[in-house]
Design a protein around this ligand. Structure first.
Ligand code: NAD
Length: 494
């Protein structure tokens, strides 16, 4: 529980307009323009921050390039880099309450989630990746050449990285990108989402406090259309690492063509949840509810398409609906809240628009279905039944607390994987059953980057990413560091 004094102090601190970080300076946008960030729980302006543009991105990229080519960063030993990254993790822990309050004000998520999940995850992500700095070993290669030679491989930092992130887990996403790219030895420009810049900017202060050389991490705030697009198109950026929508991901692919930038894309999802008739419903029902209502459904891996066997369908719907009805809807800063607001008005329009379109297409509302009549961007946790595969609510990512359900029969069991795969996305899938053989058979046939059997979480060591239009590449684990490297082969005649 975070005490009222800390909350009041953070709120008072928001009186100070923010600046962005280029090199060792906290600066305004070159043209002096600013944006507002608002509290999604009541639409009040929290503070303002620079509306960075093309010139600012160019300056930040030049600074990152200078730090990469000539700064002390490239000459530091991996162990020295690891110590700095670890220290940043400890500083995140030391400032956990403040970061959690900032995150909840800016994004709207329940304070318990910010404090007990997002912030500890961010600190742990730093420490996990600190370990990789000293362990990115290459290999020696047995040669079959007609002369005596030796060959080995090394991992080198890819160079200057542009990180562009979404608003749904602002601190966790920023750290998810920074930690492994720092471990790999890159320098970078981070562009946070325009709805939620606050924790990324606070992180910038902690990066300075930890003692990272100037220019290694630069943070430019601004819109996607201007600052994001300028970073994506910049000819001196070696790689873009992106978390966001599939639509923008495709724009980045086009923008990368100019200098053949490397790309990692963590995009949208429409993840299936399969409940077989032998599932342990006491465990499955709360997990299914959490899978779609957690953070108001604004989670890329949200389990949004439910396929429950006819024998258990009614029980599953009734159980998840009971949980939906019991959720306490309110501002995230209230510790009692279990369902916070959506991040902005556009997102509220989008979610309620999908619920309406589902009903027009013949879906039935089992619970919820309406915006909440209060200020802020609140919507009820919702279940739509009688959904069909051709409906927009079943095909498109809603990014809200809306579960689209259908039942299946014994005769359709063979078709289940095909139905689960009937989407352009392939980020995650969930299977609930007591029959592990059936679970693993299904897991094999489902085209998704992560398959969870009877639940599962996000672990620093387990690679995550998307099949199909859910992305390119994998974050987390060793893969998550290698994406920030180039592999070099050295071969020498002896
Ligand atoms: P978005 O694509 O609109 O924006 C994401 C980021 O891209 C923001 O920083 C934005 O400013 C920037 N951006 C927007 N237009 C741009 C452009 N033309 N050029 C460069 N940058 C641009 O996504 P969003 O609405 O902020 O986030 C929701 C989406 O993110 C959902 O689709 C969700 O599934 C996805 N997401 C994916 C993951 C994952 O790991 N796969 C995690 C979280 C969110």
């Amino acid at each position: 529980m975070i005490d009222a004094n800390t909350i009041a102090k953070v709120r008072a601190g928001l009186q100070t307009p923010r600046r962005m970080l280029i090199g060792e300076q906290w600066v305004e946008a070159a043209d002096g323009s600013r944006l507002e960030t608002k509290d999604p729980a009541d639409e009040s302006v929290l503070t303002t921050f620079p509306n960075g543009g093309v010139e600012d991105i160019d300056r930040a990229v030049k600074t990152a390039r200078e730090a990469f080519e000539r700064g002390p960063w490239r000459d530091m030993t991996p162990a020295a880099r690891a110590r700095l990254i670890w220290k940043l993790g400890d500083l995140i822990d030391a400032n956990a309450d403040e970061l959690a309050v900032l995150e909840t004000f800016d994004n709207g998520k329940p304070i318990g989630v910010s404090r007990n999940l997002d912030v500890p995850f961010a600190a742990e992500r730093m420490r996990y990746n600190a370990g990789w700095a000293t362990k990115l070993t290459g290999e020696t290669v047995p040669l079959s050449l007609p002369f005596e030679a030796v060959a080995y491989t090394t991992y080198e930092p890819v160079g200057v990285v542009g990180h562009i992130i979404a608003w749904n887990a602002p601190l966790a996403s920023a750290v998810a990108k920074l930690a492994p790219s720092l471990a790999a030895g890159c320098t970078m420009v981070l562009k946070p989402a325009e709805d939620t810049p606050l924790t990324a900017l606070r992180l910038g202060e902690l990066i300075e406090q930890a003692g990272f050389p100037a220019g290694v991490v630069n943070i430019v705030t601004g819109t996607g259309e201007v600052a994001g697009a300028a970073l994506a198109a910049h000819p001196d950026v070696d790689k873009i690492s992106f978390t966001g929508s599939t639509e923008v991901g495709k724009m980045l692919v086009r923008a990368a063509a100019g200098n053949l930038k490397r790309l990692t894309l963590e995009l949208g999802g429409k993840s299936p949840v399969i409940v077989l008739p032998d599932a342990d419903l006491d465990k499955a029902i709360p997990a299914i509810a959490n899978g779609i209502f957690f953070c108001t459904g604004q989670v890329c891996t949200a389990g949004s398409r439910l396929f429950a066997h006819g024998k258990v369908f009614d029980d599953v719907i009734a159980g998840v609906a009971d949980i939906a009805r019991s959720m306490k809807i309110g501002p995230g800063i209230d510790p009692e809240t279990t369902l916070g607001p959506l991040v902005n008005g556009k997102q509220l329009q989008r979610v309620t628009g999908y619920i309406r379109s589902g009903q027009e297409d013949g879906a039935k509302v089992a619970v919820g279905g309406n915006p909440v009549d209060r200020s802020g961007h609140f919507v009820e946790p919702t279940i739509l039944t009688n959904t069909r595969p051709d409906m927009a609510v079943r095909r498109e990512e809603i990014f809200g607390p809306v579960l689209c359900a259908q039942s299946f029969s014994d005769e359709e069991l063979d078709e289940l994987a095909a139905q689960a795969n009937d989407t352009t996305y392939g980020l995650a899938a969930n299977i609930y059953t007591s029959n592990l053989s059936a679970a693993h058979k299904l897991a094999r046939r489902i085209r998704a980057g992560t398959v969870k059997i009877n639940g599962g979480g996000l672990d620093q060591g387990v690679p995550a990413g998307g099949f199909k239009q859910s992305g390119w590449g994998r974050e987390y684990g060793r893969d998550g560091v290698e994406i920030y490297t180039e592999k070099k082969s050295v071969i020498a005649t002896l």
